[in-house]
Design a protein around this ligand. Structure first.
Ligand SMILES: Nc1nc2c(ncn2[C@@H]2O[C@H](COP(=O)(O)OP(=O)(O)OP(=O)(O)O)[C@@H](O)[C@H]2O)c(=O)[nH]1
Ligand SMILES: [Mg+2]
Length: 319
């Protein structure tokens, strides 16, 4: 059913949660009206500070997010929370858990909470999350917190979409430093060792510190990711995380890194949308046997594969 997009955008800007929810649903459902939505949102985007939180399942991302929301709210900020589940086509399960952990914010008009499943989308996480972030940004959120379960590639993807990436670890999970080897050492701007009430937190901090120091020598002025110990369940250490975020943001602004990251993010977003559109169009051509016809010519020797590929590309871009 067609929706009055400009009215929805207007209502979202006034901070009406149902309008924000509707807009994100249009994004999630890859609505044909998406172009219209994005065109209407564009002039209102660019104000939100986007913080990504990643880490293994159960490390305490939602609990930490909730504690951070409390801190940001105390500072008078409007906050959007996007819980992205890259492994599931349904977000119901994650949502239920988060309702419990984020319950205290559910009735706060200055907070939007949204779960999002990205599997099954062409382009997946890289495509869907930035669009939802834009909705929250345009709706006047000063901060958008994006929680993603760390399953390999998704960590890297979400880090690419955030202004600041927070990587969470917990002691005694065994896989913490293993995960670090798998690439999180490159993506964290701030590291949090949560569940510091448990044995082994200091060892995890030491190990992480050691691994972070192994990289090549940094030049003065480079960002050295801090490691913060927290007990998110008791809101301990959350002030330190807030300070680390503030410092990182200030450092990025001072060194032009924030603008650089945002430009890179936009470039990647454009590329993803273009590639997704091309792939869709390619699929249509395949459906219309265009590819099959070209393949027969190549088999028969009347066309070489390069010329056939050129023809296919021409078919993709022609309207
Ligand atoms: N002991 C202890 N438990 C904690 C702490 N923080 C969170 N927990 C508990 O750890 C469990 C998982 O916390 P969540 O915040 O749901 O973790 P998550 O990373 O969001 O989990 P997924 O979204 O399922 O990947 C919950 O039972 C929390 O109560 C902490 O600092 N100490
Ligand atoms: Mg969670």
């Amino acid at each position: 059913m067609a929706v009055d997009v400009s009215e929805l955008v207007e209502q979202a800007r006034e901070g009406r949660p149902r309008a924000v929810a509707r807009l994100i649903s249009l994004v999630e459902g890859a609505s044909p009206q998406l172009r219209e939505v994005m065109a209407a949102l564009a002039p209102r985007c660019g104000n939100a500070y986007v913080v990504g939180l990643t880490g293994s399942p159960g490390v305490g991302k939602s609990t930490s997010t909730s504690a951070l929301v409390t801190a940001f709210r105390r500072a008078g900020k409007r906050v959007g929370i996007l819980a992205v589940d890259p492994s599931s086509p349904f977000s119901g399960g994650a949502l239920l858990g988060d309702r419990v952990r984020m319950g205290e914010h559910a009735s706060d008009p200055g907070v939007y909470i949204r779960s999002m499943a990205t599997r099954g989308h062409l382009g997946g996480l890289a495509w869907a999350a930035p669009q939802a972030i834009r909705v929250l940004d345009a709706a006047g959120c000063d901060v958008v917190l994006v929680e993603t379960v760390g399953v390999g590639q998704s960590e890297v993807e979400i880090a690419a979409q955030a202004d600041t990436s927070v990587v969470l670890l917990a002691p005694g999970m065994g896989d913490g430093i293993q995960a670090a080897k798998a690439g999180i050492l490159e993506i964290g701007d701030v590291y949090v060792v949560n569940k510091a009430d448990r044995d082994g937190a200091d060892a995890t901090v030491r190990e992480l510190n050691h691994m972070l120091g192994l990289g090549e020598a940094r030049s003065p002025g480079d960002w050295r990711p801090p490691i913060v110990k927290t007990v998110a369940a008791r809101s301990e250490g959350v002030e330190e995380v807030m300070q680390a975020l503030e410092k990182h943001r200030a450092w990025m602004e001072e060194h032009g890194v924030l603008a650089e990251r945002r430009a890179r993010r936009a470039a990647r977003e454009i590329e993803t949308i273009a590639v997704t559109a091309l792939r869709e169009r390619m699929g249509e051509l395949r459906g219309r046997k265009r590819l099959g016809a070209l393949a027969e010519k190549v088999v028969g020797g009347s066309l070489d594969p390069y010329a056939a590929a050129d023809e296919l590309i021409a078919g993709v871009t022609e309207q």
